[in-house]
Design a protein around this ligand. Structure first.
Ligand SMILES: [Ca+2]
Ligand SMILES: [Ca+2]
Ligand SMILES: [Ca+2]
Length: 287
């Protein structure tokens, strides 16, 4: 049961953008995912306790959970060198990505069916843009045709940080979840998005996806475009995480060429120390 909650959290595709906070957490103290400190903190608490309702995690459980991630590795080798460590991490990552990719592609087929409202064999430009307008209106809270700071003010804050399974995957196609992330994604560097600009961007996306140029997106065109975008994203994530895994090994090894399970435990303790900001022996949400 506990395990299924954890798996759920890991596989959720919701990609929350945490209010554009650029954090100063040293890379080795992160989970290797591009997210705010608040999100990482929440990840340790909820994923490591295996309980999405949890609000804190004690040191003992944190360290055990961290070490347990490498159990299979240390069953195979008593001492692990950098190449073995990185290969182990990458194998886990590849398994996760493969499962997530399969689920995501399935989702793309479902979305095709939703966008293709009249249930013929393709998404027309109108069907595509109708959905765009609805999505824009969702963020244009005061309905004046522009999404900007005014709309952010009117937005009722869903507590995404403390909410349940809202963790970013190592690979996730960015999806705007609030006004600020919508502006970040579609504002082309400006601090607002107009409806016209948004629809122009979508029309371009439609034309690029319509590879046979018949002004309709077949299911194959639609899903192929998504899959290509997913795979590009995945290869960028893999490259970034390769650096992270190597850095993590270096942090665990402290200059040694090989590490033991004990070294991982020591690292987990220093990781805990970093995140237990108020030094009360627990990592808590929002501390
Ligand atoms: Ca259609
Ligand atoms: Ca507005
Ligand atoms: Ca087409």
């Amino acid at each position: 049961m506990k395990k299924s909650i954890l798996t759920l959290a890991l596989f959720t595709t919701v990609s929350t953008t945490f209010a554009a906070t650029q954090d100063t957490t040293p890379s080795v103290f992160t989970a290797g995912i591009n997210e705010s400190a608040t999100a990482t903190q929440s990840r340790w608490v909820k994923e490591f306790s295996g309980d999405k309702e949890a609000t804190s995690i004690a040191k003992k459980q944190f360290v055990e959970k961290f070490v347990a991630q490498y159990q299979a590795l240390f069953q195979q080798y008593k001492k692990v060198n950098q190449a073995q460590f990185v290969a182990f991490e990458e194998q886990q990552l590849n398994d996760t990505i493969q499962a997530h990719r399969d689920a995501s592609v399935k989702q793309a087929h479902v979305r095709f069916g939703v966008l293709n409202k009249n249930k013929d064999d393709k998404i027309s430009l109108k069907e595509f843009q109708d959905v765009g307008v609805r999505s824009f209106e969702n963020f244009d809270k005061n309905q004046d045709g522009i999404v900007n700071a005014e709309d952010a003010k009117l937005e009722t804050k869903k507590s995404t940080m403390h909410g349940g399974a809202m963790f970013k995957m190592a690979v996730s196609i960015p999806v705007a979840t609030d006004v600020n992330s919508f502006i970040e994604q579609h504002g082309q560097g400006k601090d607002y998005v107009t409806l016209a600009q948004f629809l122009t961007e979508r029309e371009k996306q439609f034309v690029d996806t319509d590879t046979n140029h018949d002004w309709g997106l077949s299911e194959d065109e639609y899903v192929t475009e998504f899959t290509q975008r997913y795979d590009e994203n995945a290869s960028q994530a893999k490259a970034r995480l390769n650096v992270f895994y190597n850095d993590r090994f270096t942090a665990i090894a402290h200059g040694k060429l090989e590490i033991s399970q004990k070294d991982v435990k020591h690292f987990a303790e220093s990781l805990f120390k970093y995140w237990d900001k108020n030094k009360n022996g627990k990592i808590e949400l929002g501390e």
